[in-house]
Design a protein around this ligand. Structure first.
Ligand code: F6R
Length: 243
């Protein structure tokens, strides 16, 4: 595992964006595994800047997002499909036909999950998977305990996660959907390279648990230590509890 610690959040997200950009430069048809959340807002803003300043083209890439709330249509401003559009895809030249986010309003969610796994396989697997880490230690929405062989599926969100994500839902955790579709830990571990980003003091304890505690389904993010090609980018605040 390669650990990069930067002075602040802006430089952490900048470093992560440059690692993503390098992947696209090396392989213009890269298959990117993407994440949402507050941490990634800085990553996507920096990527959009690189696109403009350095003429980095996204036209050949395909993308697969980690997760989506069950029950929210793509047009809902709180959906992750909508997040991706406003934070990244409105600002770069990606081909809409190659953007994939789980469909949280599919009539048959089980079939949707299986089709999502199949589509990742058809694309030859994920070249680089971007990951944040939740307060529960989740990657994607793999709440504890999530066995390391799990695949894309419907999960129930932890109370702590609904609290973490309440801001977009008028501050009311009960308004946050109770279920989501998420790639499994096994799906994530199949990516050729993992790139985890965390910032801020609130993440310090869970980052330390994930990177230095037991490797256990009780902390999904600890699974990344089983992968042979992982880069973790932290700011000093989120690295503050590492030994
Ligand atoms: C979202 C996702 C989650 C977030 C995590 C951190 O697509 O996969 O695992 O990365 O909850 O979220 P923020 O960055 O909002 O703290």
């Amino acid at each position: 595992m390669k650990l990069i610690i930067t002075p602040d959040a802006a430089s952490a997200t900048h470093v992560a964006a440059h690692l993503l950009a390098d992947t696209i430069r090396q392989r213009p048809d890269a298959v990117l595994g993407l994440a949402t959340g507050r941490t990634m807002e800085g990553v996507y803003a920096a990527l959009a800047d690189i696109h403009r300043a350095e003429a980095l083209s996204f036209s050949g890439i395909a993308s697969f997002n980690l997760d989506e709330y069950v029950g929210l249509p793509p047009s809902d401003p709180r959906s992750y499909r909508h997040y991706m559009q406003t934070h990244l895809f409105d600002h770069v030249d990606a081909d809409e036909r190659h953007i994939h986010v789980p469909n949280g309003i599919a009539a048959d969610l089980k079939t949707e999950c299986a089709a999502y796994e199949a589509a990742i396989r058809t694309h030859g697997g994920i070249s680089l998977q971007l990951l944040g880490i939740g307060d529960t230690g989740h990657i994607g929405f793999n709440e504890p305990p999530s066995p390391f062989d799990t695949r894309t599926r419907v999960v129930e969100l932890d109370a702590a996660t609904r609290q973490q994500n309440a801001e977009m839902f008028g501050g009311d955790p009960d308004a946050v959907p109770s279920e989501a579709i998420t790639m499994g830990v096994g799906t994530i571990l199949d990516a050729k390279r993992l790139l985890m980003v965390a910032t801020g003091p609130a993440k310090a304890d869970i980052v330390a648990a994930a990177l230095e505690g037991p490797i256990t389904p009780d902390v999904s993010a600890s699974a990344i230590r089983l992968h042979g090609d992982v880069v973790v980018v932290l700011d000093e605040a989120s690295a503050g509890a590492l030994s």
